[in-house]
Design a binder for this molecule. Structure first.
Ligand SMILES: Cc1cc2nc3c(=O)[nH]c(=O)nc-3n(C[C@H](O)[C@H](O)[C@H](O)COP(=O)(O)O)c2cc1C
Length: 240
């Protein structure tokens, strides 16, 4: 079934070429949800699926977690965002990744995990530093930990392929969040490798915490970012 975003751009519609009833999902303005009213999608001229995909991909920007405010995605939106991960390429269908949702009620526990992680690498950390570590647990309304199931020796699918699949799953999540009008950010840091967080998230020996995925309503649009030119990262085989 071929479903194409219509000339209406990013609004709901039914593709004339699609089988009867094939409805294009309603997609709010790309990056159009900001707490500051008036920020608009850069994509209102989208005409085709290619235009839509390009607009969506380039609209995704990191919005710092401190600028991600309520509301976050509701339960149905979060389900759609997480379902996007399942479309990631996945050699041998191992689902070599998973996500852990850190509900608001669990943020205090996460905050203590961050503090414990800091103490682990710096036993002399002072109260201000510990408070700063704790504060990071409370930033975005929706917070997920992305975990790679890196596997154990002999598990078949190599680590690199598992990590590529995890990266694709994470990108799908970010793009779906963007399509629904939310801001998002990945955050990492040394705490992810700590024993404290490994225990808190019950990571197995064949698992690795990759990053947090923060999602919420952007309080402001991020500044423009220059992208590398295609020629800077593409070569033809046989050319210097
Ligand atoms: C695995 C991963 C972890 C990241 N962790 C952080 C982080 O801890 N702090 C941060 O400011 N940005 C983090 N980023 C986001 C990058 O800084 C951001 O993607 C980059 O600046 C490009 O900006 P853009 O996403 O708006 O294109 C992370 C990105 C990736 C892929």
């Amino acid at each position: 079934m071929r479903v194409t975003v219509t000339a209406a751009g990013l609004d709901a519609g039914v593709d004339a070429r699609a089988p009867t009833g094939a409805r294009v999902e309603q997609v709010p303005r790309v990056a159009g949800r900001t707490a500051r009213r008036g920020a608009r999608a850069p994509s209102s001229g989208a005409r085709t699926s290619g235009d839509f995909a390009e607009a969506l991909i380039h609209a995704r920007r990191t919005v710092l977690p401190k600028r991600l405010l309520a509301p976050g995605p509701d339960a149905r939106q979060l389900e759609r965002i997480l379902r996007a991960a399942s479309a990631a390429p996945d050699h041998d269908q191992r689902t070599p990744w998973r996500f852990v949702l850190v509900q608001v009620a669990a943020r205090t526990v996460l905050a203590e995990g961050f503090a414990a992680a800091l103490r682990e690498r710096d036993p002399a950390a002072n109260p201000a530093q510990l408070a700063q570590a704790r504060e990071k647990a409370f930033r975005a309304p929706t917070l997920l930990l992305a975990v790679a199931r890196t596997g154990l020796p002999g598990d078949g699918v190599p680590l690199a392929e598992r990590l590529v699949s995890a990266g694709c799953a994470i990108q799908n999540v970010l793009l779906m969040a963007t399509a629904l009008g939310f801001g998002s950010a990945l955050t990492s840091g040394q705490a992810l490798q700590s024993r404290a967080l490994r225990e808190l998230f019950a990571l197995g020996s064949g698992e690795q915490a990759l990053c947090f995925v923060n999602i919420g309503t952007a309080s402001s649009a991020p500044p423009p970012r220059a992208r590398p030119a295609v020629r800077s990262y593409v070569r033809e085989l046989g050319s210097p």
